[in-house]
Ligand binder design. Structure first.
Ligand SMILES: [Zn+2]
Length: 201
């Protein structure tokens, strides 16, 4: 009986200590969770719609494959487009491995290793309304601009494929810390990657 009593006191004291420390170091705990889970994405209810329908799920999965430094920015871009324009953005292509990139090389401009897709810093997107795709690759440059999507992307620090000297209208990307794709490739070759293989910029 006495032993049981001591056990209860020990467990309670331990629990109170853990909760107390957790509270005192709440910022550290938060940043640890952020580091492990790649941002607040898992805890964000506004992402619920991403899981609706097959494109929602594909988009959510593609988002989670992007470089951890880029995910939050894309999410904010998409959330703002939906809120301000009523358009849901979907990702048709995000992170690509070198072989996937090479296979696409015939039809697109960037060669293997020199595409931001390969480092998880580029997305190809379409816009949807009421379950229908309303803006895509063959929509005119003007239609993309008039839609307001390009503006919201820029506001969130993303560059547009059309501004990059080519005419890839579905392509949005960032140059992390101003780096070019070949500089990212150099980092990759030097082995400057995290445990999941993302280049550390
Ligand atoms: Zn692209």
């Amino acid at each position: 009986m006495k032993e049981k009593y001591i056990k209860v006191i020990l467990i309670s004291t331990f629990s109170v200590a853990v909760i107390g420390l957790g509270y005192v170091y709440k910022d550290e705990v938060k940043s640890f969770i952020k580091k492990v889970f790649g941002g607040n994405l898992f805890f964000d209810k506004s992402l619920q719609w991403w899981r609706e329908g097959s494109w929602g799920i594909k988009t959510y999965n593609a988002l989670m494959e992007l470089h951890p430094d880029f995910r939050g920015q894309v999410k904010k871009f998409f959330d703002e487009v939906e809120k301000e324009l009523g358009i849901r953005m979907i990702i048709t292509s995000g992170f690509r491995t070198p072989s996937q990139q090479a296979a696409l090389n015939e039809s697109i401009q960037a060669s293997p290793n020199y595409s931001f897709h390969q480092y998880g810093f580029a997305i190809d997107v379409n816009g949807m309304k009421e379950g229908q795709i309303i803006i895509q690759q063959n929509s005119s440059r003007q239609k993309w601009i008039d839609s307001g999507i390009v503006n919201i992307a820029k506001k969130n620090g993303l560059e547009w494929g059309v501004n990059d000297g080519d005419s890839d209208r579905v392509h949005f990307f960032v140059r992390p810390k101003g780096k070019t794709a070949s500089q990212l490739y150099a980092l990759l070759k030097e082995g400057k990657t995290d445990s999941k293989g993302y280049v550390v910029v």
